[in-house]
Write a protein that binds this ligand. Sequence first.
Ligand SMILES: Cc1cc2nc3c(=O)[nH]c(=O)nc-3n(C[C@H](O)[C@H](O)[C@H](O)COP(=O)(O)OP(=O)(O)OC[C@H]3O[C@@H](n4cnc5c(N)ncnc54)[C@H](O)[C@@H]3O)c2cc1C
Length: 400
Amino acid sequence: MQAKYDIIIVGGGMAGSCLALALANTSLRIAVIEAAPLSRKQNDDAGKRAIALSWGSRCLLKQLNVWNELQEAGAVVIKQIHISDQGGFGKTRLSAAEQKVEALGYVVEAVKIEAALSEKLASLDVDMICPAELLTYTVSSEGVEVTIKQGNEESSLFCRLIVGADGGQSVVASLAGLERCEQAYNQQAITALIQTESEQQQIAYERFTPEGPIAMLPHVTGAYSLVWAMPPTQAKEIMALSNEAFASALQAGFGHWLGGLSIDGPRQCFPLNLSYVRHPISDRVVLIGNAAQQLHPIAGQGFNLGLRDAALLADVVRTKWGEVAVNEILKVYADRRKVDKHLIVGFTDKLVKTFSTNHGGVSFIRNSGLLLIDKLPVLKNQLAIQAMGLATRLARLNKG
Ligand SMILES: Cc1cc2nc3c(=O)[nH]c(=O)nc-3n(C[C@H](O)[C@H](O)[C@H](O)COP(=O)(O)OP(=O)(O)OC[C@H]3O[C@@H](n4cnc5c(N)ncnc54)[C@H](O)[C@@H]3O)c2cc1C
């Protein structure tokens, strides 16, 4: 017999799992369809990328009852963010003390977030269908017929609403005909763990160079987690360097803020682009997380934004389900999400473009800008609020 659900979430990555958690313990019947089992993700080096969680994300993860698990898994506190420009005079420092918060954010490995979410989901009333892949779906006035593949078997499910949380190559988006705006940055990101001569000080570093930005995030091991963006040809050369040559190339770009740098572990390389869907809803279909927008990691905003998608969608569904039609719920969601998405997509895009060039007077202007931010508390607060993920009101996921 065909299984029937209220909501099927395609993709049990970080965004999809957060949505499922936020909707568990309601009267709604929820299923998550996920192609890759957690054990496969845990063996994938990409899962080791460090995710900077904003203060706002920490508040949402606390409401989802997974924050304690993430702290136990080794969330590293960010007390300061240090922003500088290679070869320039401008720099600024954001601090938790100035903002009167415990932390500006935290750093946790992606795979640890996925593991904590998946463990919590396993204890709740959500059907996790994994490994299983979405093949296709058709929408009618009654609902959505969803065809999935498990091994060699195809089967069909039914739901009232389908959520695409299936990442940057979203099948849900393309089946709905939701057009993606794509912009290549001509940059790739190299990630690795870097040992530093200076002891870790709960400071995250963002260093801009004409080739691309360098982010160094404090890691639970006491090392720093590197995200280093640069043009693809340069990335190929840098990836081929010995550990010693790699460390000295990094030192030349990053400077001596952390003393001498060294590396002895693996490195990964990711292509970088901006890809987003302008209007993330269609008939009984909605996209969240990377399926709706995939950003450059320069400002560490991708998952933070995806989590806010999941939180607001859950909030709107919980308050309006059964009272108004599904498509009305989606319109309310899309309307209320517009400002935050627009702000973050635009902010990240401008940051990449302004800070990855030395053309004309751009270098002087951005250094003056950094200096101005440092001297003007109003601007500094504004930047800190953005970094903390508090520029727009957070959704409320429980009564507390
Ligand atoms: C180097 C790097 C550093 C980053 N740093 C940060 C940071 O500091 N802070 C931050 O907030 N963000 C950061 N990000 C971004 C963050 O990793 C992403 O925004 C986040 O992982 C997106 O989660 P998601 O659940 O939306 O998508 P995904 O993680 O892509 O998950 C999609 C899921 O859908 C499943 N799936 C796909 N297709 C199907 C199908 N047809 N059927 C069933 N399942 C399917 C996949 O298996 C996957 O599990 C970084 C990204 C990179 C590359």
